[in-house]
Every structure is written in structure tokens, then in C-alpha cells.
Design a protein around this ligand. Sequence first.
Ligand SMILES: [Zn+2]
Length: 412
Amino acid sequence: MSQTIFYIILTLIIVEFFWDRFLLYLNTTKWNSKVPSELSSIYNDEEYAKQQSYSKVNYKFGWVTGVYSLLLIVLMIIFDGFAFVDNWALSISDSPILRALIFFGVIGFASTLLNIPFSLYSTFVIEEKFGFNKTDAKTFVLDMLKSLLIGAILGGGILALIIWFYTATGIYFWLYAWALVTVFMLFITTFYTSLLLPLFNKQTPLEDGELKTAIQLFSDKVGFKLDNIFIMDGSKRSTKANAFFSGLGSKKRIVLYDTLVNDLSVEEVVGVLAHEIGHYKKKHTLWGMIIGILQTGVMLFIFSLFVGSVDLSAALGVNEPVFHIALIAFGILYSPISGISGMFSSIFSRKNEYEADAFAAKYHNAKSLISALKIISVKALSNLTPHPLYVFFHYSHPPLLQRIEALRKFEK
Ligand SMILES: [Zn+2]
């Protein structure tokens, strides 16, 4: 039986790789050197050629990183790499919690190290070449260290507690784990902008001036507190512009990148802000979290049915049921289901984007949001013509031209 699971795991990894590459390939069939007419006023031929070449460079780079990751995981599985690391962890501690922490510590650290050359190349060669990169070496190193540390503290803490639940309650651990993950998700969603984000970026309240006055007028009109709107130093890393809504209750916050404020007119910034307030008014964050909590519950329950199986751990070369080894094997076996739930999340997210756009059109106007979206997407050299199947599976936002088309319906 463990042999069969071993082959299913390998097959899933390889099929998933080719499926991803196939969807990405479909995108390349839509490449076209002619600027879509909707954008011909702000995109010249030379800039659009640059966009096409940015897409091509990223496509090729995606092949390299994709094959590299595929080889790493396939070699780990064929040569019992997970069993090797687990044996080493066991030689240090036979406590199930410490053993799992050492195991994931080694795997996490090694995979970060192995990926450094690719993130260096992506940031300092590709993004640099196309004029996006503003990250310096210090920021790059600090970002990586901070992410590792946060991952170790949060991930390690949650894992330790879940394994403790498992040793204490057996298969009912999933209920306790679900409660823990739910509390954790609530905590992170609530405090993301006040606790985690400040470790990476500075957020400042709006300065007095034309923009603040315009935002004040609009936020009063729709009932959103001005104190919850911040400008963030996104320009520290990249020239790409963005904005987002995050948080729950009194901790809710809209964050506008400084790059957005610099690139757009006051009216356009208010258009983007109106879209973000739309996410808040339509309770998108709350619903997203409820769906996430339900998906986690289903996954933990199914995992609880298999965690104690000898065959599951044996498929990865460990001849006793071990929680963290079963977790890795289960993670791969569950990937088709997580792929499908990811697809539904994307559909849900695109629906929310249309709703937030409609809110902005209704309470502000469609025109300024349309022109803001155009500028943001042109400056970021975004793909204007993704393949519909790729969009269906992976896009959290509808493609620009479809958003414009929907917004036009609100213009009179
Ligand atoms: Zn949005």
C-alpha cells in the first residue's frame, strides 16, 4: 500500500507541474504586439513592446524556477530525503514536538537558502532591468531574515501546539487545531497592519493638503473614518503602485502606497480609495475569513482520518506513523482538493472586485477609477490579454479590460 501511495504522490507532483505549465503556456498564445485599443491613448508602441518582453522574460524564468522546484521535491521523495532529515531530528530529540520543530526548521531553512539565487535574480536582474526595483541589498537581507524569524515563531508555535493536541487527544486533535487556527486567523486579520506590516514598512497618516481634503469629503459621505487611512512607503522596494483594505472592527485600515499617490491625480486616488471602502462596506474581508475557516476545518478533519496511517508515513520512507511526515504526504495528496478550493476562492475574489468597483462607480464615479486602473496597470506592465482559462484558475482580480467594460456600464 505504501508503494502505491508513493507513486500517487509522485504522479500528483508531476501532473500538477505540467498542468501549471500548460495554463501558463495558454497565456503565451494571447501575446500580441498590438496595443489593445482601450489603452492606445496611454500606451505607446515602444512601452507596449517593453510589456511584451517583460511577460516573455517572466515566462522563461518561471520555467527555470518551476523545473528547479520540481527536481528538488522529486529527488527528496525518490531518495527518502524527508526520512533522512527526520532521522537526524530524531537523533537530537525523541520528543514528538521537538523532533517536528527540528524537521521543519531544517526543511524551511534549506528551502529558503536554495531559493535565494532565484529571488536575487528576480529582484536585482529582471525587476531592475524593467525599472521596477528600488530594493537595496540591506532591505533584501533584512526582509529575508524577518520573514524567516516570523515564520519560525508563528509556524513553530502553531505546529508545537497542534502536535501537543495530537499527543493529548488522538484523532480529536483536529477540533482543537481548528479552534487554534481560527483564533490565529482572526488575530492576524485584525492586527496585520498594526503588528506585522510595521516590521516591513512605515505607515503614516494623511498629510494636510488637497488629497486629504478630497479624501475627507468622500469618506464623510460614505461613513468611513479618516483616521483609518494610511500612506505606506511602498517605494522602498518597488515602483509598482497598490492599495488594500485589511482588518476587522476598530482595527480596520486602508493602506495606500506612496507610489499610488505620486502616480495618480487626486480624483483617481479617491477612486481607488472608494474601491477599497467598497470592500469594507460589502464585508469582503469577513466573508473571506469565514470561507478560509471552513476550508481549514474540512482539511483538518480529512487529515485526522489519515494521520495515524502507517502507509502514509512509509510512503516517504519512515516506517512508523509520524505526525510531521504524514503532514507532508497528506499535503501533496490533498493538493488537487486545495487546487479546486483555490479556484473557488479566485472566483469569489473576482466577484468581490466587481462589487467594490461598482461601489466606487456608484458613490464616487466610474471615470476616475477607470483611469486609475489603466495607469496602475500600464506602469506595472501587467498582462492585458491573459488566457480566460488561466484567469479562471488563478486571477484574484478580473483582467483590466473586463473591469473597464463593467465600469463603463455605470458611466452616463
Ligand atoms: Zn479590490
